[in-house]
Design a protein around this ligand. Sequence first.
Ligand code: NAD
Length: 421
Amino acid sequence: SRSKDFVDIHCKQLKFNEAPHNDTPVLSEVDILLNDLTFTISNLSSWMQPESASTNLATKLDDCFIRREPLGVVLIIGSWNYPLQLLLLPMVGAIAAGNCVILKPSEVSATTGSLVAELVPKYLSQECYAVIRGGAEETQELLKNRFDHIFFTGSKGVARSILQAASLHFTPVTLELGGKSPCVVYGPVNMTAAARRLVWAKFFNAGQSCVAPDYILCTSSTRDLLLPALKEALWEFYGEDPRTCPDLCRIVSPQHWTRLRALLEKTRGRIVIGGESDQEDKYMAPTVVVDVSEDDALMAEEILGPILPILSVESVEEAIALINRGQKPLALYVFSEESSVVKTVLEKTSSGGFCSNDGIVHMTLPSLPFGGVGASGWGSYHGRWGFETFSHRRACMLRGWALERFNTLRYPPYSDGKLGW
Ligand code: NAD
């Protein structure tokens, strides 16, 4: 009820401050958090129970079990794109597992950072939970301390320096990174539904989602059917002039706006939808670019903005080969009415998460682990997976004093035939 209180009181403040243009925070910051909290509270007593382990002849009389124990003090470093969720959702798992927590919000989403710094000490024990604000320099200073676990959400480059700092104290690290999440559209597809789901997943939070579909792979005939459907869905969601639509976010900072604008200027692809932008307002229209090749600027890095490149392929095998030439993505999407296409893509690729015929939705379920694989991240959280990430699984064997004669088998001297060989 305290968390509900937190939300009721502060949700409006958050909306007005950080994202004046829309209601996105309710769905992506608050609902998902409450969902995970409720799930964790309902299941925690069963997750906490010692897990009994099977025994063998030599340990038959012993009590063997796995005990989940807190790791100690954990550091959670957040990113700006979902500044509340990415701090507090891992914190749910960390508290559930019994840890003390230090939160380090992103300096880019400064308003949420200051709100979290104001509210956490108000609602949670100051002995166990603290918020430390700052950018790269302050975080490096913080990292000189010894933690029992570091949970980092952010970019690959910074992840390397987190790993370096953690290595000095042998601190285990969870990395929640990003990358280019592909979306294959292949075979018979309900174009209207596909376009609506794709437009939602891509342009929610103006494309600034780590699991947003980064690019589309389809045949040129599918592309010709998809484009009018995408236009229609964009019109339906954001109207004739998306700039005036209260449901379309702005780009988080002038630096990110400039980075995205530069991508649009460098691309050799053809902009067929959108392309308009306004530096002053950090506005960028939902933009679709076709005829994009694998070596285009739009394919060189994670886009993390409202630009959707479409690459043409001849077959689903070609799409799979292209995906597998890159690093393992955080999410992978496939849209098709043919289950064999979905199965082939699922079986022949690897990614942190997978969702067919929709985007992002898989990460809203607390029963599924959320995290990357390889370059898109190490480890996972949400629901039980967060509890496990922040727990030590201690192997316990409680022995009595019986059957000492049986133990003589393993004590020296090892005369021939003693062990039955
Ligand atoms: P970032 O790496 O620049 O910053 C992340 C955090 O690290 C911030 O709190 C920042 O203050 C801190 N930081 C920055 N430089 C640092 C340094 N030199 N030393 C120590 N700490 C430093 O990343 P970002 O721009 O906030 O996030 C964008 C990236 O995060 C994208 O790749 C996106 O896909 C990824 N992301 C992943 C997830 C996920 O759940 N997997 C979620 C959101 C974002």
